[in-house]
Design a protein around this ligand. Structure first.
Ligand code: GRF
Length: 197
């Protein structure tokens, strides 16, 4: 059984896709040991609660400095003893120590076709605003391993999504979520779980 911890910051639609995938059996051999969130108001916490999944809010605002936050975050992570850490819309800079300790066991979903529209400053709607500003006709999402860089780790899977006439950032974000993110992330977890034995 692959034990995963899902780290979230916002609406939690990717978390929900994982919860639903496990419930429907499209994600096999996997259990969510816990959800860690940095934002007390995130709806993702409600999604975890609704599914009876242990959820922990660890916000940088609750600590004197980044060192204290990093220590608290890593302590909770270690306590949950994950085989895999899934960043699903998680907007926190990861402690270097965590990346070293969990090397090749942290994956992230990014809402573009890396190496386009990624790196510092490219997150959430900003990604889709940049896609529309550039006028590309195809975008999509990428699941990748996390290393010390921003969106620079080894790519696991990608899925292309058409940009349509009249798209707003919000409409495009929704299409990328529905057609790419919510499929790619569960599929990647299922594949990792199958190899985990
Ligand atoms: C979305 O922009 C998504 O593309 C990215 O993180 C943001 C929040 O997603 N992965 P979620 O609804 O919290 O999963």
């Amino acid at each position: 059984m692959l034990r995963i911890v899902v780290c979230v910051s916002g609406g939690g639609t990717n978390l929900q896709a994982i919860i639903d995938g496990i419930a429907e059996g499209t994600i096999r051999n996997t259990e969510i040991a816990g959800v860690i969130c940095n934002n007390a108001g995130a709806y993702a916490l409600k999604r975890a609660e609704n599914s009876g999944i242990p959820a922990f809010c660890i916000s940088p605002k609750a600590y004197r400095d980044r060192t204290e936050f990093n220590a608290a975050f890593l302590e909770k992570l270690d306590e949950l003893n994950p085989d895999l850490i899934v960043l699903a819309g998680f907007l926190v800079i990861l402690p270097e120590e965590m990346i070293g300790k969990y090397r090749d066991r942290i994956i992230n979903i990014h809402p573009s076709l890396i190496p386009s529209f990624c790196g510092t400053g490219y997150y959430g709607l900003k990604v889709h605003e940049a896609v529309l500003a550039r006028g590309v006709k195809v975008t999509g999402a990428t699941v990748h391993y996390v290393d010390e860089g921003t969106d620079t780790g080894r790519i696991i899977a990608q899925k292309a999504v058409e940009v349509l006439e009249g798209d707003t950032p919000e409409i495009l974000q929704r299409r990328v979520m529905e057609q790419a993110e919510w499929k790619l992330l569960p599929e990647a977890i299922d594949r990792i779980a199958a190899a985990h034995g």
